[in-house]
Design a protein around this ligand. Structure first.
Ligand code: IPD
Length: 314
C-alpha cells in the first residue's frame, strides 16, 4: 500500500543520512590520525582486503556501514530480504539473486577507491526492490552534501527540495544518430583489468576515445560532445544522469548494489537505462538480469529521446 511505501521511503532517507554521517566521521577520524603519514602507506593500511584484484578493495568503513544499515533494516522490516555488497562478498554464495519479495539492495560505500584517496565522489546507496523493480532509491554523498532520493510515483529529488531533472528541458528533441548534441558523456572502468581484446576494458577504452574525439568535432570547431568524465562512482554517475547534468553514462562491470538506487532515481526523473548488451529497456529486462555481474549498462538523461536513437548501445 502507498502509505506503507511512504513510510519505507522516509525510513530509507533517514537511513541514508545516518550512514552518510558514519562515512564522513570515518573520513575525518582518519584525516586526524594520518595527517603525518605517507599517503601510499595510509592507503595500504586502509585497505582491509583485495577481492578480485588490487582495485577491488574493501575498507573497514565499507563493512561497518553495511552492518549498521543491515541491522537497522532487520530491526524495522524483519521480513524483508537483504543484499549488500560486503555481505555478498563474504559469503560469496548465490544468495544475491533478486527474488520477487521486498529486497533491500545496498552499497554501503560506492566509490571505495575515491573514499580511500579522500576524493569527494563517494556515497552510500540504498534501494528497495519489489517484484525485481526498484521502488525506493536513496543515494547520499556526504562530502558533497547531496542527497538524492526517489520513490515510485513520487519523482526524484535532490536534498528533498528540488525535483529532478534540473536540466530536463535542455536539448529536448530527437537525438542525432551518432551522439547526443553537446552532451557530457560519463564512463566508468569497472574492476576487471584483464587485457583481452574482446574484454570490457578494451571496449570502454575505445568508447571513451571515440567520445573524446567528438569533443574536438570533425571540423575542429568543437563537436557533438562537450566533455567526457569518469567519476569513480557508478551510483553518482546515475544520479547525475537523473539530474540532467550528464547525458549518457555507460559501464560494464556493475553489480545490482551499484545501480539499484540509481535506477530508481533515473526512472522517476524520466531517464532510461538498459543492460546495453543487447539493448533492452530495464523495464522489460528486469533487474534480475544483472545477477551475473559484469553486465553493460547504458543510461541516458531524461527528456532526450530513446535509446535506439542514440546509436550507442555499447
Ligand atoms: C565501483 C564503482 C566504480 C565502478 C565499479 C563499481 P565500489 O563500486 O562504482 O565506479 O566502475 O564497477 O564496482 O566498489 O566502489 O562500491
Amino acid at each position: 500500500p502507498e502509505s506503507e511505501l511512504s513510510e519505507i521511503y522516509a525510513f530509507a532517507i533517514q537511513l541514508g543520512k545516518d550512514a552518510g554521517t558514519i562515512l564522513l566521521e570515518s573520513l575525518h577520524e582518519r584525516r586526524r590520525d594520518d595527517v603525518d603519514g605517507e599517503k601510499q602507506e595510509i592507503v595500504e593500511e586502509l585497505v582491509m582486503e583485495e577481492k578480485m584484484n588490487a582495485v577491488d578493495i574493501v575498507t573497514k568503513t565499507d563493512n561497518e556501514v553495511e552492518e549498521f544499515i543491515h541491522a537497522s533494516i532487520q530491526k524495522r522490516y524483519p521480513s524483508h530480504a537483504f543484499i549488500g555488497e560486503e555481505t555478498y562478498s563474504k559469503g560469496a554464495s548465490k544468495d544475491y539473486l533478486v527474488k520477487n519479495e521486498p529486497t533491500w539492495i545496498v552499497d554501503p560505500l560506492d566509490g571505495t577507491v575515491n573514499f580511500t584517496h579522500s576524493f569527494v565522489m563517494f556515497c552510500v546507496s540504498i534501494a528497495l526492490v519489489v517484484n525485481q523493480k526498484p521502488v525506493v532509491g536513496v543515494v547520499y554523498a556526504p562530502l558533497l552534501n547531496q542527497l538524492f532520493s526517489a520513490c515510485k510515483g513520487k519523482g526524484a529529488w535532490l536534498n528533498e527540495a528540488t525535483k529532478l531533472p534540473l536540466l530536463g528541458s535542455v536539448g529536448v528533441g530527437p537525438i542525432p544518430k551518432n551522439a547526443p548534441s553537446k552532451c557530457v558523456f560519463s564512463c566508468e572502468w569497472g574492476k576487471d583489468r584483464r587485457d583481452r581484446p574482446d574484454g570490457n576494458l578494451h571496449r570502454k577504452v575505445d568508447s571513451f576515445l571515440n567520445m573524446a574525439a567528438e569533443v574536438g568535432g570533425r571540423d575542429g570547431k568543437g563537436g557533438m560532445v562537450h566533455g567526457v568524465r569518469s567519476l569513480g562512482s557508478a551510483t553518482l554517475d546515475l544520479a547525475y544522469v537523473a539530474m540532467g547534468a550528464f547525458d549518457i553514462w555507460w559501464e560494464g562491470g556493475c553489480w545490482e548494489w551499484d545501480v539499484a538506487a540509481g535506477i530508481c532515481l533515473l526512472q522517476e526523473a524520466g531517464g532510461l537505462i538498459t543492460t546495453a548488451n543487447p539493448p533492452e529497456d530495464i523495464q522489460t529486462s528486469k533487474i534480475e538480469d544483472a545477477n551475473l555481474g559484469g553486465r553493460l549498462y547504458l543510461a541516458i538523461r531524461p527528456a532526450s529521446g530513446t535509446l535506439e536513437e542514440t546509436g550507442r548501445q555499447g
